[in-house]
Design a protein around this ligand. Structure first.
Ligand code: HPA
Length: 271
């Protein structure tokens, strides 16, 4: 894996005249609009990046964008990889390894989720303060590569507390209503049954979704700071589980995109 990471990193550095990003962004659902805010210097489609998987899901196109955002050198992944698409955990998290190798010290992620906390409403913007790995596996399973991180990484502060405080302040200043909570990540692609929402709520999570946890585990393994935000696009609240579709998820996320974009841009500026 180390050889692949180094080869891909070298290839990207050649294509970007040695651009060294400080902040990495995974443009999940709801953050698509952030692309327009980046003064892009280099854009590389995933097909042109050796060892990169190619994304398959509707609403996620695949390219890496290198440029400036909020006065910082950033690289953004437009299009992420999901376990339900059939990729391995190593494939899903490979881009995070490459980010780290390129110089990224802080990873920002977004996602869409189903809300189980009864105080949440559709469209809620939740700053992720912790997660629960409900995937049946972990991207760090296998021989540990000491150059990449420790065998037993600490996860006691997976989502950086200082960044959360900054984000809460930025939200307040800009009149954006946000809440805080924990994200349970699992495989999908089915949305949950009412019994499953009930079960996942009992595990202690506020929202549930099908991404983020693998990337955050690998980011922490590599010693990166992480900030994550989730848009609640549907509710799995006990006794009131409604029908949900991918289209609805996209539509609600789109509605909240301007707020998410502003929040993320200003947070990156404040770093
Ligand atoms: N469950 C899982 N993933 C999701 C949901 C959900 O209810 N909404 C958006 N992504």
């Amino acid at each position: 894996m180390l050889e692949q990471i180094n080869f891909t990193t070298k290839s990207i550095l050649e294509k970007t005249s040695n651009f060294r990003p400080e902040v990495g962004i995974i443009l999940g659902t709801g953050l698509g609009g952030l692309v327009k805010e980046i003064s892009a210097e280099f854009v590389i489609p995933y097909e042109e990046i050796p060892n990169f998987p190619v994304s398959t899901v509707e609403g996620h196109s695949g390219k890496l964008i290198f440029g400036e955002l909020g006065g910082k050198k950033v690289m953004a992944m437009q299009g992420r990889f999901h376990f339900y698409e059939g990729y391995t955990m190593q494939q899903i998290t490979f881009p995070v390894r490459v980010m780290k190798a390129l110089g990224v010290h802080t990873l920002c992620v977004s996602n869409a989720s189903g809300g189980m906390n009864p105080d949440f409403e559709i469209g809620e913007i939740m700053i992720i303060n912790d997660h629960i790995n409900l995937f049946p596996t972990n991207p760090l399973i296998g021989k540990n590569i000491a150059e990449l991180g420790p065998r037993f990484p600490d996860m006691s502060e997976s989502y950086d507390k200082k960044l959360i405080v900054s984000a809460l302040e930025i939200a307040k200043t800009n009149n954006i209503k946000v809440s805080e909570g924990s994200y349970a990540g699992l495989t999908g692609p089915c949305f949950e049954t009412p019994a499953e929402y009930r079960y996942i709520r009992r595990t202690g999570a506020d929202v549930v979704g099908m991404s983020t946890v693998p990337e955050v585990i690998v980011a922490k393994h590599g010693g990166m700071r992480v900030f994550g935000v989730s848009i609640v696009t549907d509710l799995g609240v006990e006794g009131d589980v409604q029908n949900v579709s991918h289209e609805e998820v996209q539509q609600i996320a789109k509605m909240q995109e301007p707020k998410m974009t502003l929040l993320m841009k200003e947070l990156i500026r404040s770093m």
